[in-house]
Every structure is written in structure tokens, then in C-alpha cells.
Design a protein around this ligand. Structure first.
Ligand code: NAP
Length: 401
């Protein structure tokens, strides 16, 4: 407490405004906190029934003998434009603001909208030459602005063009528990404002690490949840056929122009996997078929398998040989198999896989199917690429590399 009660007007209502207001109130001063919407400060007013007032920016400026500027750096001039110029004339104005731009920090380093050979304080002082602005409190977190716990005693760097105003701010800083260093004119804010970058680096880096850690945890949790759901789905699909549809015993053509019926493809089994391929013209279907080629011995150990192409048998045979495909491949040219099963759109084959089953009487049913596309369960490449920075990016399969 001091003998003379000061009247403080604060242009700003955020954490800095509140931290400094607390300091002034504890010194016995009267404080009016300003906001474009003073109503939102009702709770603060209730917490500080003695010597606290609220008002607009202009009312706060007119009220205070000493002012504090504590708004976001980007809007300082907007905030001051709401104050009648007379209200700041010849007054000491503590400028706690920093020229922080809206861009994200880089490796913990905040970005400023000012360059190295200028400062926000100079911009403000130039626009309002009759106000006595003093840079202070900008380079320390709001929790440490009053009674900082540092040992040895910490130093507050201040600067400004008016000696009387700096003396006033020096006294306030000492009241608030700081040692003082007057760094000179407003130009020194070019060095004092970036101290805020330095102060913030450890905190921002810690926050970034925490964010990365929680993102990593979220990825692991999502992967594990997907894995559990996949297991559940596999069990459900294996035990319940969705809606088996009776189908005809279609006739296909092999590479030797021999006719083969769908029923013959079951061999001595009552189940069959059929891949619906789009033919030679599709590099994606070719990739899916290449992958099948690598595991066909495993598939055939469990179930009969055939890949159905829409191409002419001759073209199909040549293309299949060029890729060294070992699985059974048949042409559906001339039949309505793809259309009837649902793997044709506007006359063009579409990709996927179906399961057919045969009952004791030899009737054939379409039991289940899935559509093929990047990221599906039938081509692993997109999962490999998902581990790379940027995932698969713009990658597209080709016939050869
Ligand atoms: N946070 C810290 O620990 C810390 C430490 C040192 C220095 N600083 C600096 O101190 C200043 C205040 O920081 P803060 O975190 O307390 O608050 P802030 O969130 O940066 O700013 C809040 C204030 O800005 C005003 N405002 C926002 N948009 C406005 C606009 N378009 N026109 C006019 N006024 C507008 C708000 O007015 P209303 O009340 O009308 O909403 C409010 O009073 C900043 O420049 C900051 O860089 C912050």
C-alpha cells in the first residue's frame, strides 16, 4: 500500500489485464477494467468488490491517471480507436502488448508481424504522439507479473520516450517486486518485444510435445479399436450370410476358348471365391491381381478361386501370361454375370470380390461381396504407405516401373 491512491484504467480484459489489476488492487489502487463488452466482467467485479470498476475501453481510459494497454497485439490500434484521444493525452500508458501474428509458431518460436528494425511500441507511439507509452510486462507470463518468485530478483526491462512516465512505471514495477532496467527510448522495444518469444519457447515446445504425444496415443487407440471391430466383423460375416441370392449357372470362357460353367469351378467344395476384375485396361485391378498372385497358394489351400475378366479370352490370356499370373482366370465376355451380380456400371465392369456357395441340390447362391478400392482390406499397399510422411500421396500404380 502507498499513501496516494492511484486511479488505473486498463484497456483490455484478458489474463494480463486481470493479473496487473490484481497487483494494483493489492497496492491499494482503484482499477477500472475496460472491455468492448463490460458485462462479461461481472464475475471479476464480484470477486473484487473493493475499488474495482468496469467500463468500456474509453471509460477506462478516461477514468485512469495511469493506463495499461493489454489487448492482443494485432488489434491494439483498433482498441485505441475506441478511446477518445484526449483520454490518453499526457498520461503514462504501460504497454504490455506483443506483435504476435496469427501464424503458428515454428519449433516453439512465436512469429511477429513486425520486422527486426521496428516495434509495436513505436507504431503506437507514432500514431498517438501525445500519450506517454512505456513498454513493460510484455516479456513475462501473466502468472509472474506481480511478486515474481525468482531468486535472485528478476529484472524488468522497460523503454519509452518520456522520462517522467518511465519513472512512474519504475515505481509500479518495484511495487510489484521487480528490479528495473531502463533500456532507453521507444526504439529499444525492438529488442524488448522479442524477449516474449524467448520466454514462450519452452512452454510452447512442451505443449507441442504434449499435443504430439496425445495425437500418437489417439492413433494407437484408434488402430486398436479398428482391430477389435475388424475381428468382430470377421466373426459376424463368417457366421451369417447377409442375403444369399440364387444365381444362374453362368458359362465362362478360358484362354483356350473352352467353355466352363460356374458350378464346375467349385471342384469338390461347396464354396468359391470370385474376383471381379476390370481387365487389361485397369492398372489398379492389375495391382490387386498381382497381390493375389503372391498368395494364391494360400487361398487355394482353403477354397477354390477364380478371377473373372471382361476382356476377350485371347486378350485375357495374353495379358495374364505377361504378368505371370498363376491363378485361374476366365472371361465373362458375352454373358451377363457381372451385371447380374452387381459388378457392372453403365456397361463397364467394376472391381470387387464375391463368395458363392452351392447347396446339396447343386443350386448356387451369391453369399457375400466386397468392393475393391485404395485403402480396402484386399490390397495392403495403402497400409504400408500410411506409415510414410504424407501417406500414399499422389502415388498411382503402373503396369511396370
Ligand atoms: N498472456 C500472457 O501471459 C501475456 C504475457 C505478456 C504479454 N502479453 C501480451 O498482453 C496482451 C494481452 O494478452 P492477454 O492474453 O491478456 O489477452 P488477449 O487474449 O491477447 O486479448 C484480449 C483483449 O483483446 C481485446 N480485443 C480482441 N479483439 C479485439 C478487437 N478486434 N478490437 C478491440 N479489442 C479487441 C479484447 O477485448 P474485449 O474485452 O472487448 O473482448 C480483450 O480485452 C497481448 O498483446 C499479449 O501478447 C500476454
Amino acid at each position: 500500500m502507498h499513501n496516494t491512491m492511484r486511479k488505473i484504467g486498463i484497456i483490455g480484459s484478458g489474463v494480463v489485464a486481470k493479473a496487473l489489476a490484481k497487483g494494483f488492487l493489492s497496492c491499494g489502487d482503484t482499477v477500472m477494467m475496460g472491455s468492448r463488452d463490460p458485462k462479461k466482467l461481472d464475475a471479476w467485479l464480484k470477486e473484487n468488490p473493493e475499488r474495482a470498476k468496469t467500463g468500456t475501453f474509453d471509460e477506462a481510459a478516461r477514468f485512469g491517471d495511469i493506463l495499461v494497454l493489454a489487448v492482443s497485439g494485432k488489434v491494439v490500434l483498433d482498441a485505441l480507436s475506441l478511446v477518445e484521444e484526449k483520454a490518453i493525452e499526457n498520461k503514462t500508458i504501460i504497454d504490455a502488448t506483443n506483435p504476435i501474428s496469427g501464424d503458428p509458431p515454428e519449433d516453439g518460436v512465436l512469429r511477429f508481424f513486425t520486422g527486426p528494425n521496428e516495434s509495436l511500441l513505436e507504431r503506437i507511439q507514432e500514431k498517438y504522439p501525445r500519450g506517454n507509452f512505456v513498454k513493460a510486462f510484455n516479456s513475462v507470463g501473466n502468472a509472474f507479473m506481480v511478486n515474481p518468485p525468482f531468486k535472485p530478483q528478476a529484472t524488468m526491462f522497460i523503454c519509452g520516450n518520456n522520462e517522467g512516465a518511465k519513472k512512474e512505471v519504475t515505481k509500479i514495477c518495484i511495487d510489484f517486486g521487480w528490479e528495473l532496467m531502463d533500456m532507453g527510448t521507444a526504439k529499444s522495444a525492438r529488442a524488448i518485444e522479442p524477449l516474449c518469444m524467448l520466454w514462450c519457447i519452452p512452454g510452447i515446445r512442451e505443449m507441442e510435445t504434449k499435443t504430439q504425444k496425445s495425437l500418437l496415443e489417439e492413433i494407437r487407440e484408434t488402430e486398436s479399436a479398428i482391430q477389435d471391430l475388424k475381428q468382430k466383423l470377421l466373426t459376424l460375416k463368417a457366421n451369417v450370410a447377409v442375403n444369399p441370392q440364387l444365381v444362374s449357372d453362368y458359362t465362362f470362357t478360358d484362354g483356350q476358348n473352352q467353355k466352363i460353367r460356374l458350378s464346375e469351378l467349385f471342384g469338390d467344395k461347396n464354396e468359391l471365391l470370385v474376383v471381379h476384375n476390370m481387365g487389361k485396361s485397369c492398372p489398379y485391378c492389375t495391382l490387386w491381381a498381382d497381390e493375389i498372385n503372391g498368395i494364391i497358394h494360400h487361398i487355394e489351400n482353403r477354397t477354390p478361386f477364380v478371377l473373372i475378366s471382361p476382356d476377350e479370352p485371347e486378350i485375357m490370356k495374353e495379358f495374364s501370361a505377361s504378368r505371370n499370373w498363376k491363378f485361374k482366370i476366365l472371361s465373362a465376355k458375352g454373358n451377363s454375370f457381372k451385371k447380374d451380380i452387381g459388378f457392372e456400371d453403365k456397361g463397364k465392369a467394376t472391381p470387387g470380390v464375391s463368395c458363392f456357395i452351392k447347396d446339396a441340390e447343386g443350386k448356387i447362391y451369391h453369399r457375400d461381396n466386397a468392393v475393391f478400392g485404395p485403402g480396402d482390406n484386399f490390397c495392403s499397399l495403402w497400409y504400408y504407405f500410411s506409415l510414410l510422411p504424407g501417406g500414399a500421396g499422389n502415388w498411382h500404380p503402373k503396369y511396370s516401373y
